[in-house]
Design a protein around this ligand. Structure first.
Ligand SMILES: Nc1ncnc2c1ncn2[C@@H]1O[C@H](COP(=O)(O)OP(=O)(O)OP(=O)(O)O)[C@@H](O)[C@H]1O
Length: 413
């Protein structure tokens, strides 16, 4: 019996690396499927469907082989166990038969021993498979734990006081930030915005504009310095209470896989139909919705994206109107719209944002000439700040240079 237990333990332990490798192959195969589906347009446009099929086939084959090897080694272990059980059984029988012959034991005792043997070997087998499961689950738990132990990008500080909106004055106070703890993406950034003002943040690609929005919407905490909103340090107020006053429109917002009604009402589940429809009218998407087969019940979103980029963006604007936030962040909010619709949308946005503190990221300088302040960012640092008139009055201004250089396209480069 001791030999059987040892055999089980050794067999299961030796299987552990193989089992882990098979699990890794399964994850690899699943990730490939998800990634290919997410990028299916690129795959199709680059004529790589057959390549991805082949890659999928290779990964599936590796996983299948891993499973097969696991099965094979399981069969070898089972066979060894069976042999050990039979040998043990025969040894016990011959020992007992001798005892019965010598009249040292009776046939009832022999039967009891045989039943004991059968139960004990069954228990050892079950213990073996339980041991294998425990080892497997322990490894999975270790992976899960390493994910759970990753430090969050923001400290949620559940005990923090609520944020109290007091008009929406914002101050960046000597703020620096690095994603990886090495390269500073935002460097000693300081500026103030009065309650209700409109501010544009402009700069070249990769200069750090969206990172400023991520910090302002508190997806990350600063590495140094602080952001004060109405005098309250964002790191020391509850995240939910702050996010309640914040409305964000980004260039590439992916819609939920749900109806148009649910998507537009997502920030306020109890929004009435009238409210949703008037928001969609304001975002100039109502007419398009009414032409869809199921109108406001039409399912949109998901990986395939069932609306055009511009229609998507207008739905996101409608969502902003439903949310009615006090502070608005617009990150290339109208970049997917055609010129005429963009102009109309900016007129609507200007009306909507009146009196709300508004931050705008845009490469189209023509849309920000009436804002209260323009901040120019270069490699994470503020290089210029002022109104459109102030910046163009400075002959050395990089804003002016960009405006002149791109006068025809009106795009920052
Ligand atoms: N999640 C991230 N992890 C690490 N580095 C990042 C991350 N997001 C952005 N970066 C880096 O931070 C820098 C600033 O990026 P950011 O997206 O803020 O630029 P941007 O000015 O908004 O650019 P664009 O105008 O192209 O949108 C870039 O060098 C970018 O590579």
């Amino acid at each position: 019996m001791a030999f059987l237990v040892a055999l089980n333990g050794v067999g299961v332990t030796q299987n552990v690396p193989q089992r882990q490798m098979t699990n890794a192959r399964r994850r690899n195969q699943e990730l490939h499927v998800i990634n290919t589906l997410q990028c299916w347009r690129t795959v199709s446009e680059c004529r790589k469907i057959s390549v991805e099929k082949q890659r999928h086939g290779t990964k599936s084959e590796m996983y299948r082989r891993g499973l097969q090897e696991l099965d094979d080694s399981g069969l070898v272990l089972d066979a060894c166990q069976d042999i050990a059980i039979i040998v043990g059984f025969l040894a016990a029988c011959s020992y007992l038969l001798q005892d019965v012959r010598k009249a040292a034991s009776n046939s009832l005792q022999m039967l009891t021993l045989l039943m004991y043997w059968s139960r004990a070997t069954e228990a050892v087998r079950s213990a073996g498979s339980l041991y294998a499961r425990i080892i497997n689950e322990t490894r999975n738990t270790a992976i899960l734990q390493s994910i759970l132990q990753k430090s969050p990008t923001v400290n949620p500080r559940l005990e923090c006081p609520e944020f109290h909106f007091g008009g929406g004055a914002v101050e960046f106070d000597d703020l620096s930030f690095s994603y990886d703890g090495h390269r500073e993406v935002i460097k000693s950034l300081s500026f103030t915005v009065k309650a209700g003002q409109k501010v544009a943040i402009v700069g070249q690609t990769g200069s750090g504009k969206s990172t400023i929005f991520r910090l302002l919407s508190r997806h990350f905490d600063p590495s140094h310095g602080r952001i004060l909103v109405d005098g309250q340090d964002l790191c020391h107020v509850s995240l939910d209470s702050y996010r309640e006053v914040l409305g964000i429109v980004s260039q590439n917002t992916i819609l939920m896989n749900a109806s148009i009604r649910e998507n537009v009402a997502y920030p306020c589940f109890d929004a009435s139909d009238e409210h949703i429809i008037s928001a969609c009218k304001a975002a100039e998407i109502h007419e398009t919705i009414m032409q869809l087969p199921k109108q406001y019940d039409q399912e949109v979103g998901g990986l395939a994206g069932k609306l055009s980029g511009g229609e998507n963006q207008r739905l996101v604007l409608a969502r902003l109107y439903v949310q009615d936030p006090k502070i608005v962040l617009l990150d290339e909010a109208t970049s997917n719209l055609d010129g005429t619709t963009e102009q109309k949308t900016w007129a609507l946005l200007n009306t909507f944002c009146r009196g709300r503190t508004t931050f705008i990221i845009t490469h189209r300088l023509s849309t920000i000439q009436n804002v209260d302040k323009i901040i120019v960012i270069e490699q994470g640092a503020k290089t210029e700040e002022g109104t459109h008139a102030e910046l163009i009055a400075n002959g050395e201004s990089s804003y002016l240079a960009s405006l002149k250089a791109q006068n025809s396209s009106q795009v920052w480069s």
